[in-house]
Design a protein around this ligand. Sequence first.
Ligand code: SPV
Ligand code: MG
Length: 551
Amino acid sequence: MQTNGLQKNKTPMLKKTTQLRTLIQSNELEFLLEAHNGISAKIVEETGLKGIWASGLSISASQGVRDNNEISWTQVLANVELMSDITNIPILLDGDTGYGNFNNLRRLVKKLEQRDIAGVCIEDKLFPKTNSFLRTDRQPLADINEFCGKIKAGKDVQMDDDFVIVARVEAFITGWGLNEALKRAEAYKDAGADAILIHSKLSNASEVFSFINEWENRLPVVIVPTKFYSTPTESFRENKVSVVIWANHMIRAAVTRMQETAKQIYNDQCLHMVEDTIVPVKEIFRLQDDQELIDAEKIYLGDSPTSSVNAVILAASQGKQLGKLTIDMPKTMLRVGRKTILRRIVDHLQENRINDITVVAGYKKEEITYSDLNIVENREHEDTGQLTSLLCAVSSLKKTTLIIFGDIIFRKYVLQLVLDDDDDEDVVIIVDTKINPQGKYKSDFVRSKTIKDNQSIFCDKSYVKEIVFSEPSSEYDGEWIGIIKLSGKAIGFAKEFLKTHKDSKDFKSMDINDLINHYVGSGFMVKIQYITGNWIDVNRVSDLTLANELY
Ligand code: SPV
Ligand code: MG
């Protein structure tokens, strides 16, 4: 099977189970750090730590519930699956008591293996468990035989020999002494456990060290120094601890920063003070590995018919007829509903995967602040026409270029009509058939010719005979709305036209309609795609009012 670029870049890794087994059996002191969801797991992995503790306490806390098996085991499973999906280091799940008896544990092990979780730790208490630092005097221990049966059942059912089962001894936690702890550890070892987690609630490591001393490394020992955090790590090393679990520090760190941030936002009712104290959104995208999706899209989506199209939006004019509304901004930046006119056009383009967008700005160009656009300037916007603006964007006339007026609002399908037109013509324009002959405002009206095409299911095709800037009249076939697609020879023609005419005395007053007529006069077939309504040219306050009603 042919591989693709993404898979080739993957370095082969050891199985997660093998990684965890190696870590537990290594002669060095090793560490696991708690994580409770996908993003915290990823953050743990990025530090270089070799493994993750999927803490029951932290997973519960992150959902706002108690560490008393209040969330179901399948909810835990779903959570740990997401953690595993996003990371390459092994996860040891804190499986509490195994969520029931031996049979429940069998099912848990099966489901964990299916999700690439490297191991599970089970504790010798009763379901539903209570956290080891709460009401410990009232916590009964599991019957030794019953717990051994559970371990055996788990070991019997695991498919991968390297899957790890850690048996957690809670004898110290519940007030039993060293002998009980040793007795249990021994039994759990004989039942097949891969390591013993010896837990303690003391603020020093005396209990765990006394256990280790007697235990003599018959199985690797795992500890959780949440309460005896002040014991130096070097002592753990000297005492031949195998693995230290930092069990809840990611959730506690998150809670600290969330409380601070929430309080600050509540007090300030604004974001100024917090913005620089938290990660930028960009960092979230990085953690989510957005880049991988960009790369994958290149491979799997391929070049869609529109991805090689770019756009030029002519948005240099102030829009004086809009009066006060355009004193401080160009009309392209006026809002219609929740979005500016320009943003609406850009969104339609981007929805069609057109991301190479150039805007020719002029009046109050600094008001056009969108960072995803390439802005060029027509400095002479006050006394020049559309072709001067187009000249400012001449380097943006590429393979297939859409030119769009920056003051029109149109429905999404209008853009699709012109993009989907894959006939051979190099110039396609959108024309509205609806003309109000009583209308008083001048616009670009079109006279067309129709050519019969019996080959096509759409039969007849319409082409521009002439485009005239004039008062409306029924003698025209429609109104050009200000969207034109140029491709093939039409691109070179436009560049040549701009070059040869730019110094002529009437160039300053020339508009795109002049270019269209030059296309027609030079033998280009300027194809028409008709629409009926569904767009608004925002020239006056009444247009804006209408646009706000409709969009
Ligand atoms: C956990 O992290 O959920 C643990 C360790 O089981 S402790 O909270 O210390 O019991
Ligand atoms: Mg726990």
